[in-house]
Structure formats: C-alpha cells, structure tokens
Design a protein around this ligand. Structure first.
Ligand code: C2E
Ligand code: CA
Ligand code: CA
Length: 508
C-alpha cells in the first residue's frame, strides 16, 4: 500500500512538473513568437522605408539628368555632345548611362560602347520605366527612365545593383510587370503565383510597387528558437518553473506523507489544557490539543498541520488517534476526575460533514460515558458552515448521545444569531482576542455584552487566553462561567495534567 502510494505521489509530482514545464514552454514560446513577429515587421518596415527613399532619389536624379541632357537631344552626336553627355552620370550616384534613341538604335550615349546598339529587344519605348540588363554588359541590371520629347527620345539607365542588398529576403520591387528580387530580375509580375505570399506596401510612386513577404508563423517560431538567447531563456524559465512545481509538490507531498505516517503510528499526542470553573476555582474540564514533535522538524504547530489534515481528509484519522490515546491515558488511573468532568475535543467541519461521523459518535460516546467523562465537541465558527438538514440531524445526534457542543473562537468568524440558534450550543468560547482587550483601567463593553447575551440564552461562557490575574478577576466579576489560559496552565502532557489535577484537588 505504502509502495503504491509512493508511486502514485511520484507520478503526481512528475505530472505537476511536466505540466508546469509544458505550460511555461507554451507561454514563453508564444510571447517570444509575438515578439519575434513584431521585431521582424519593424525591421522590414524600416528596410522598406530605406528602399523607397533610395528609389525615389534615384528617379529624381534620373529625371534631372534627362532634363539636363534634353538640350543636346536632336543635335548631331559629335565630340562635344558626347563629351557633355559623358560628364553627366558623374554628377549622380547611381546613373549608369544617358542615351539618345533614334530608329530603335542608340544614336548617342554617355557610354561609348552603347553607341549604335539595337535597343529593340531590351527597351519597350511605350513604358516610362523599365528594368533590364544593360546593352553592353549582361551582368549589370539597370532601371531605365524613358522620356519622349518633341526633339526625340532619351533614356537614363540607373544601376540597380545597390538595391539588391537593400531588398534582402523580404522585399521585392515590381516595375512595369517585371519584379526585382534579391536573387535577380524575374520576368513575372507581383500577381504571379511565385509571389503569392507577398503583399504590396502603400505606394510612394505610381512608377513602381514595393511588396514584402508575410512570414509564416512556423518560420518566426523557427528563427525565435534558433536564436540561442531565446532558446536559452525559454528552456531555463521552463526548467525553473518545473523545478518549482516539483519542489512545491514535494513539500506538500512530504508534509502530507509525514503527517499520515505520524497519525498511523500515534506520534501526534493529546495535550490537556485545564478549564477552570469561575465560581469554585476548581478544574472543571480540559481541552484536548494535538501536539506533534517530529524527529527532524522539531515541534510542528497545529496551525500548520491541522489545515493539511483537514484538506486531505486525515483529520478523521487524527481525531480517532487522539481519542484512542486519551482513553489509554484515562485508563492509567493516575488521575481522579470530579463528577461531571468535561473533556473538550476540537472537531473540524470536514469531519462533521463526513458520512462516517454518525459511526464516530456511536463508537466514542458510550466509551466516555463509561469512564464518567462528559465529551464536549468544540466547533469553530471561523469557517462559514452551511446549516443544512443533514447538519441539523448530526447536531441532534451529538446531543442525543450525551455529547455537549461548544461554539469555538466566538466573535472571530461568522457569528450570527441565526447560526447560534441553529447550532444551539451548550457553551460558547469567547476568543482570546477579546480577553486581550481587557485592561486594568477601562471597562470592555463588548465582552460584557457577549456574556450577558449568552446568559439570556442560557448558554455557558468560557473565556479563552486568560494570561493575567486582572483578566480573570474582571471576567469573574462579570459573571463568566469558565476560564482557560496560560494564567492557569499551558496545555500539559497527561502525566503533568494528572499532577496538576491532584495538586488542585488538595488545594480545594
Ligand atoms: P483553539 O481551539 O482556539 O485552541 C486554543 C489555542 O490557544 C491553543 O493553541 C492553545 O495552546 C492556545 N492558548 C491557550 N491558552 C492561551 C493563552 O493564554 N494565550 C495564548 N496566546 N494562547 C493560548 P494550539 O494548541 O497551538 O492550537 C491552535 C489551534 O489548532 C486550535 O485553536 C485549534 O483550532 C487547532 N487544533 C489543535 N488541536 C486540534 C485537534 O486535535 N483537532 C482540531 N480539529 N483542531 C485542533
Ligand atoms: Ca478549541
Ligand atoms: Ca478557540
């Protein structure tokens, strides 16, 4: 059974760590992807700005050069005209050549090699702008601005090579049905299938269209993960989250396992805190409080392990174990209890609402009756209990079995008159928070009202946390029934409690 539990818990821990790892991986990858996509779009937009402004300034230069060359057009291509043409490209960054056209041939050019070349198959004169290889060198791509004037036609060719690098992998330019990509000139337009993933950017000029490639998510995830930094970041945060989940699971698991072990082996012991009758100063009862001394952890406070026991269902086994030990203690015969002696046991809501609770009452009430002890179940009002039919029946069952009910921690939780009348407790335990407010100087009307109200409802009152003589005196003067606190005694082991009882009996 232990082995099975261990394996199941190990499985759960592994599952928690794996879930934390996967969730963190998904979240960080998504964030990194969104971030990657944004960065990519920003970078491409900046690049597109640069390309557009270069294109525009190149076209402006071409227009200006054409304008400057136009007075030479129509003149015979003599030495002086050629020299003037030859000087012009030097004034502009990207202009490759300036050419005059007559009868589909270059009649005059800034490049001597171009003269007389047939442009019929490289330059359609019905277009304003055209991209092609040059007339003289097939390795060089140019963009030609064609200008028709009354005295003739001329075109200014600008070198496109500088644009290749600027385009990179994500941008392309379409001019008159041809497309320039980083890999070279393609004879197809943007509308062709090979460019279906490209989207045109807002136009800056009617002469060309710039388009950018929309990346696929997989591609972005790919290069996000490729980057060592993101990869390292994603993996390390995922691993940290998994380790944290593992640690949390281990801590919770280990406290739970240790608690289960301690309960099974009766290592959590009952301690007894005396409750004093205000009228007689006699010990009229005691509250049973769980004490756990762990070999390695040392003293584990009930405030730490009781909530774990309550949330895991171990509280039922713990209460059973405490009662077994209490009965063993009582049967030792080392203490004498006055008639009507009460033992108060803290009962959690999780236990009262469990189906085993009726059996629990039927089992223990006759045992304590036989021992001459009145059992009192302390039910805290810190949690909001839903008073349903099942609970009312349980409360009836408790009372029919001769067990009393005390409303614990009164004033700290959900106390309301409807609740008190439904639970109809035999006594209320006024929380130590109120006792602390009692001062030597001034009256404390709140505690007086609570005592007064309880008296009118015929309910006994016990003040918790009485630490000073003046608090006990004040409470006695205000008709409290019972007192409990360090002023009388802290919770004691059974042998110490037996000694306390015997000493108190001698004093009486
Ligand atoms: P509680 O039922 O209000 O128990 C009284 C708490 O006040 C005890 O703390 C006790 O040691 C402490 N106390 C008593 N006199 C004084 C005093 O004069 N001054 C101060 N400052 N404190 C005083 P403890 O033993 O640490 O228990 C804490 C809580 O754990 C209990 O509060 C109770 O709610 C829960 N608990 C303890 N044992 C059990 C148990 O066996 N079953 C259940 N269900 N709950 C338990
Ligand atoms: Ca209590
Ligand atoms: Ca209490």
């Amino acid at each position: 059974m232990d082995q099975q539990n261990f394996l199941r818990n190990k499985k759960n821990r592994l599952l928690a760590a794996a879930i934390a790892f996967v969730l963190t991986l998904i979240v960080t990858t998504t964030l990194a992807t969104i971030n990657g996509l944004n960065n990519h779009e920003k970078r491409v937009a900046e690049q597109a700005e640069l390309v557009q402004s270069s294109m525009n300034s190149m076209l402006r230069d071409a227009h200006e050069a054409a304008h400057k060359a136009s007075p030479l057009l129509g003149r015979p291509c003599d030495f002086n005209v050629e020299k003037a043409l030859n000087m012009l490209p030097g004034q502009y960054k990207h202009i490759y050549s300036i050419n005059f056209i007559r009868n589909q041939h270059i009649s005059c050019s800034s490049l001597l090699a171009n003269k007389n070349a047939d442009i019929g198959f490289i330059l359609p004169l019905d277009k304003a702008l055209w991209m092609s290889r040059t007339v003289s060198s097939p390795d060089i791509y140019v963009i030609s601005l064609i200008t028709h004037l009354p005295q003739g036609t001329l075109y200014v060719a600008s070198d496109l090579r500088f644009l290749y690098e600027m385009l990179g992998n994500d941008l392309i330019i379409e001019v008159s049905g041809k497309t320039l990509t980083a890999a070279g000139l393609v004879k197809d337009s943007l509308a062709s299938a090979q460019f279906r993933r490209y989207e045109a950017l807002p136009a800056h000029s009617p002469l060309y269209t710039l388009a950018w490639r929309k990346p696929e998510i997989g591609e972005i995830v790919g290069y996000t993960l490729d980057s060592w930094l993101s990869m390292g970041f994603i993996l390390s945060t995922s691993t940290i989250m998994a380790a944290l989940a593992w640690q949390l699971a281990i801590r919770r698991h280990s406290l739970h396992t240790q608690l289960a072990y301690a309960i099974r082996h009766h290592q959590i012991h009952p301690h007894y805190q005396p409750i004093i009758c205000a009228k007689t100063n006699a010990v009229s009862g005691a509250e049973i409080l769980a004490r756990w001394h762990h070999d390695e952890l040392g003293f584990v406070p009930p405030d730490v392990f009781i909530p774990v026991a309550e949330s895991t269902g171990l509280i039922i086994d713990l209460t059973e174990s405490l009662l077994k030990q209490v009965v063993d203690d009582l049967q030792q015969g080392i203490a004498t209890f006055p008639p009507g002696f009460k033992l108060n046991l803290n009962i959690s809501h999780a236990h009262v609402s469990d189906s085993s609770f009726d059996l629990f009452i039927d089992h223990w009430s006759p045992i304590f009756r036989a021992l001459g002890i009145t059992l009192v179940f302390e039910i805290t009002e810190r949690e909001n209990i839903d008073i349903c039919d099942a609970l009312t029946q349980r409360i009836d069952h408790i009372k029919r079995s001769g067990i009393r009910i005390a409303l614990d921690d009164f004033g700290t939780g959900f106390s309301n008159l409807a609740f008190i009348s439904n639970l109809s407790p035999d006594s209320i335990k006024i929380d130590r928070m109120f006792t602390r407010q009692i001062s030597q100087e001034a009256a404390t009307p709140l505690i007086d009202c609570v005592i007064d109200m309880a008296k009118r409802m015929d309910i006994l009152t016990t003040a918790e946390g009485v630490e000073y003589g003046y608090q006990a005196d004040y409470l006695k003067a205000n008709q409290i029934d019972c007192l409990q606190g360090y002023f009388f005694s802290k919770p004691l082991s059974f042998s110490d409690f037996a000694g306390y009882l015997n000493a108190a009996a001698i004093e009486q």
